[in-house]
Write a protein that binds this ligand. Structure first.
Ligand code: 5CA
Ligand code: ZN
Length: 409
């Protein structure tokens, strides 16, 4: 699939900082030391509805990861998937009487437009589940040949007991895993499974559903976790720097993915850091396509909201926090954007050198975007109250805010 166009990232004076980030698997902060090409995989959308603010907040977090790395003069190899065949997508298409491929294409295109408007840097590879099927089938066959997968009424399941590291991403107990599995696409109550948690690797063709050639697995379609593993290993290989997504992906998705990869390669972990963004809520409940309590990025744009203000609203919250979207959050962002734009359009101001350092330090410290915004706020207040004589400063502030925060002033 094609991704979306990249906005330019201005180069900044001085030295970028290495990223320290919270890793769910170890429960602590780690300083990443990527090579000249940092590698990141971020789980993409299931395209059955438009991009909402929760999605945007999660992609904003991983956009900051890229920007911190680019500022250290590294290249970034970023891969993202699109789950363009899965139960919720097929169910929505059926409910609305539309073709599932048309629905997926339409919502993916809208996502691209939203990401472009929000200045999210695109992945180098943007890969749909359907186009990944030829790479998924041999992985499932290999898991089966290794004794880590078994057949149940034509479907193929992964056996979690085949992985000695199982549980090392989420550290949840069996009861909690079982509850989350039922909530998030698993089928713990299906009779005949070796372990209730075992996830589907390949689902046999069902009447009225799309299916593909699965070689020795028979016709069918891929399971969700193996999709991301196949795409990540194909393009990034084992031991890449960051796997990212919202905190609702910790279990089962990232746990199962780590497990599949561990059994396939004998290596652990698949990603050096498992990084998870908090959940954005609306009216007290997690914003979710299945509940329908959504604020769409495209709707806000259509209503004339500046995408830079949406981006500032996201940045005003620490990526690991759960937070609530309100009209006030957006209003505060619009006000801040106005102050910042006025500040960088003045002919001079206080030196921006210390500010650039502060933004870098804030982001390197587990992506503390709210601290970065506070530093820019302080510079604008000093400029307003005390003025300044540095004619280059407003330009540097504008470039730093663009390069490090993705906000065009
Ligand atoms: N296609 C899979 C990942 S392979 C998927 O989870 N798709 S999704 O469309 O449901 O979500 C896309 C991303 O947005 C995921 O990283 C998910 O964790 C994140 N996300 C979903 N809802 C929210 C929310 N309310 N707040 C923050 N992030 C969210
Ligand atoms: Zn995924």
């Amino acid at each position: 699939m094609h991704a979306w166009p990249a906005s330019e990232v201005p180069a900044l004076p001085g030295q970028g900082r290495d990223l320290r980030i919270h890793d769910t698997a170890t429960g602590g902060s780690i300083t990443l030391d990527p090579g000249p090409v940092a590698r990141i995989y971020v789980c993409g959308i299931t395209p059955y509805d438009a991009t909402h603010i929760g999605h945007a907040a999660t992609y904003n977090a991983f956009d900051l990861v890229q920007r911190v790395w680019l500022d250290t003069k590294r290249q970034v190899h970023y891969v993202q998937n699109v789950t363009d065949v899965d139960d919720p997508l097929l169910e929505r298409a059926e409910r609305d009487g539309v073709d599932w491929t048309a629905l997926a294409e339409q919502e993916t295109e809208l996502f691209r437009e939203d990401m472009t408007a929000l200045r999210m840097l695109p992945p180098r590879q943007y890969i749909g589940a359907v186009e990944a099927i030829p790479g998924i089938v041999p992985l499932v066959e290999r898991l089966r040949d290794l004794g880590a997968a078994y057949e149940l009424e034509g479907d193929t399941y992964f056996s979690v007991e085949a992985d000695p590291h199982f549980g090392q991403v989420s550290h949840l107990d069996a009861a909690a895993m079982r509850l989350l599995s039922a909530e998030r696409g698993g089928d713990p109550d299906r009779p005949g499974k070796k372990n209730p948690l075992d996830p589907m690797l390949w689902s046999a063709a069902r009447e009225g559903e799309p299916s593909w050639d699965g070689g020795s697995l028979g016709r069918g379609r891929p399971g969700w976790h193996i999709e991301c593993v196949a795409i990540a290993l194909d393009h990034l290989g084992m031991g890449f720097d960051v796997q990212g997504g919202g905190s609702d992906l910790v279990f089962p998705h990232h746990e199962m993915g780590a497990s599949h990869a561990q059994v396939l390669t004998g290596e652990f972990p698949m990603a050096k850091a498992y990084v998870h963004a908090g959940m954005v809520a609306l009216h007290g409940e997690k914003m979710s396509k299945s509940k329908g309590n959504l604020v769409f990025v495209s709707r806000l744009r259509r209503d004339g909201v500046d995408p830079a203000a949406i981006r500032l609203a996201l940045l005003a919250h620490h990526y690991r926090a759960d937070w609530e979207w309100t009209d006030q959050v957006l209003q505060d962002a619009v006000t801040r954007l106005g102050h910042w734009r006025a500040a960088v359009s003045r002919p001079d101001g206080p030196s921006a050198e210390a500010l650039v350092d502060e933004i870098r330090e804030a982001l390197a410290n587990d992506l503390d975007a709210p601290a970065a915004l506070a530093a820019v706020d302080r510079w604008t207040v000093t400029q307003e109250q005390q003025g300044g004589t540095d004619a280059g400063a407003p330009g540097i502030v504008s470039r730093a805010v663009d390069a490090l925060l993705g906000v065009a002033l």
